[in-house]
Write a protein that binds this ligand. Structure first.
Ligand code: HEM
Length: 358
């Protein structure tokens, strides 16, 4: 099913089926009901749940200890892989159910939330990163780069209500992992262990990339997180997913014809299509000359203009398996930036079962 769906979409893109992205959500997610939730501000802090311990090797398996204050008597709950898989399954079924958003899925905006939670990391000071979930608070929630991510936080809030023992920071990253896997991307191994910080942990504005810039800026921003050229190109492949919104970033449109399925089409389209400046009142962005329905940001286009980046674009355009392998490795690192995991847990990552597994 997974490969059939991908094959269909790849064929649709190659043969120029222009309504392919209208079809994509039907392939990745089935029809479902609708409910409305709101999470802001963080009224559902884990006031009754106190995170008390890091990873504990108990009975041969990794677990997390939480206490619930119930009538003054603390009860200990040890979350295991099975418990995190249950959270994964809940996110996956909500993705399938709530298919009336954007191109038919909350998946892309969940990936963006996990990335923006992580991408504030600064290796020099050790600040920022996916530990903390400080985007729950202003000023970080109001940073221009985070416009629209309330949709993702609200989407995950009922999951937090159902599984109050999970921290927001572990949940947001699990949301990204789940979305990538459910959109037919590679399995992303996962480690829990993030704890939530208060408003004082908010990072300063300006740590996330500015799409109007070029290669020097990309190297400065991603270098600050500890990533090299190859990793910058591999991470950018996430733009196969989702779209730009004029009321968020100011930019407009999707990068590929199948924005709810992860493929290497971003690289193929970058190389194969002719790109021209879009004539409009909005910020400078590229559009494809053939259909004028796809877009590239100046930072995306920089990947084929730069001599060191371009060979990686060419490699990933030719080889989807290589892209998936490199994407898995770099996203795993991105999602763990700034997290003080307990020693000895490097080899204790979990791989969750996807709903599309055989
Ligand atoms: C290379 C530097 C990057 C820049 C300048 C950039 C910029 C942007 C912009 C301007 C948008 C549109 C936001 C909107 O209007 O809703 C966007 C969307 C998105 N970005 Fe990036 N991004 C970068 C890297 C990444 C990385 C590393 C990832 C993940 C690994 C990522 C994942 C996404 C996703 C999935 C969306 C679609 C969100 C949606 O559909 O709501 N981006 N990005």
């Amino acid at each position: 099913m997974a490969s059939a769906a991908r094959q269909f979409l790849r064929t649709a893109t190659r043969t120029g089926t222009r309504n392919a992205f209208a079809v994509a959500p039907r392939v990745a997610f089935r029809q479902g009901g609708r409910r409305a939730y709101s999470s802001e501000p963080t009224k559902s802090s884990n006031s009754t749940w106190l995170w008390v311990a890091g990873i504990a090797a108990i009975g041969g398996g990794a677990g997390y200890l939480y206490t619930q204050q119930s009538g003054g008597v603390p009860k200990v709950f040890k979350a295991t892989q099975k418990d995190y898989q249950a959270v994964y399954n809940e996110i996956a079924s909500r993705l399938e159910e709530k298919d009336d958003y954007d191109d038919g899925s909350f998946g892309p905006v969940l990936v963006r939330l996990a990335w923006h939670a992580s991408g504030t990391y600064d290796k020099e000071t050790g600040t920022g990163g996916s530990n903390g979930a400080t985007m729950r608070f202003a000023p970080e929630s109001d940073h221009g780069a985070n416009a629209g991510l309330k949709n993702a936080r609200d989407f995950l809030e009922p999951v937090k209500q159902k599984f109050p023992w999970i921290t927001y920071s572990d949940l947001w990253i699990l949301g990204g992992v789940c979305a990538i896997q459910e959109m037919l991307g590679p399995k992303i191994p996962y480690r829990p262990g993030r704890s939530d910080k208060d408003v004082s942990g908010c990072t300063p504005d300006g740590r996330l990339p500015d799409a109007s810039q070029a290669q020097d800026h990309l190297r400065a921003i991603f270098g600050r997180m500890g990533f090299n050229d190859q990793e910058i190109v591999a991470l950018s492949g996430a733009h196969a997913l989702g779209r730009c919104h004029t009321d968020r970033s100011g930019y407009s449109g999707p990068w590929t014809f199948s924005p709810t399925v992860l493929t290497n089409d971003y690289y193929r389209l970058l190389l194969d299509e002719k790109w021209q400046w879009k004539k409009w009142d909005g910020p400078k962005q590229y559009e494809d000359k053939t259909t004028k329905s796809l877009m590239m940001l100046p930072t995306d286009y920089a990947l084929i203009q730069d001599k060191q980046f371009r060979p990686w674009v060419e490699k990933y355009a030719k080889d989807n398996d290589l892209f998936f392998e490199d994407f898995k490795n770099v996203v795993l690192r991105l999602f763990e930036l700034g997290v003080p995991f307990a020693e000895g847990t490097e080899n204790q990552r979990w791989v969750f079962k996807s709903s599309n597994d055989e």
